[in-house]
Design a protein around this ligand. Sequence first.
Ligand code: MG
Ligand code: MG
Ligand code: MG
Length: 321
Amino acid sequence: MAKVEKFSGAYTAPITSKNGQILVIGHKNPDTDSIVGAIAAANLYKGRGYDVKPVAQGEPAPETQFVLEKFGLESPEVVTSVAGKDIFLVDYADLKQAPADFSEGNLCGIIDHHKMGDVSSNSPLECWIWPVGSSNTIIKVMHDFYGVEIPREIASAMLCAILSDTLIFNSPTTTPLDQKVVKELAEIAGIEDIEALGMEMFKAKSNLDASPKALLNRDFKDFEMGSKKIGIGQLELISEEMVTPELKQALVEEMNKAKAEGRDDVVLVLTDILKKGSRLLVVGDDSAEIAKVLGADSEMWMDGVLSRKKQIVPPLQKQFA
Ligand code: MG
Ligand code: MG
Ligand code: MG
């Protein structure tokens, strides 16, 4: 392991913190990767001697609640303003996903696994952006790099976050590193049946007992694509048939309202984890074009499409560039 020794974190420069406490903050409409990522990254930076606090830009969704409760972790405080604060971003690097007053904060670092966003910083910063399945995969490697231990309950939640983002390794975003890291976390956490835990978590995630507006917003992101503003939501379900025709109708009504707020198109992807594909709902000026680009069949089914990041956003970005 001479290589690891040579490049270990002990030799890196400290991050530039101006205001004392660093807030580790995940993206808007937080998912499990961003909330657990903030908790796990805070553990790492605490271990490196920083005064740091995990926060979130919203309340945890049912899947994240399940994970936090199961492993006895506290839900991070909700923070929507970062003016005058040192901040570390987890699971995003774009302004649209950041607090509105992001530019009045001091960006100290980024941990992410999405396409490069448009944030910028005033001082040198620490960036860990890798094309892997989950931010928590990177955070585990960072713990190893800096020689910081991961407590059992945080390891358990990190494992869940990776299973969540990779759809239990079914998503095309999954890399061998994600699988390796999950094995290592399972060992720390003493978890034997990873698959069973993943299914239990996805059952919690499939909870549709919320208003249509809350369901549309549960995992919703806005994208600028050429001159278009396109909002894309995704619901990952054990079965897309859980969405009844009545609920579908109500979701489309909410999508029309979201369009009226100044978007050109609103897309909702109903992902069926077991059937390994997604049902497409789309409203807006370009709906036929969007369905065509995404390869939806006459029933708007997209076989094999599971990842917004890899299979939905890039083809649309290319189409509307
Ligand atoms: Mg995320
Ligand atoms: Mg993620
Ligand atoms: Mg996701």
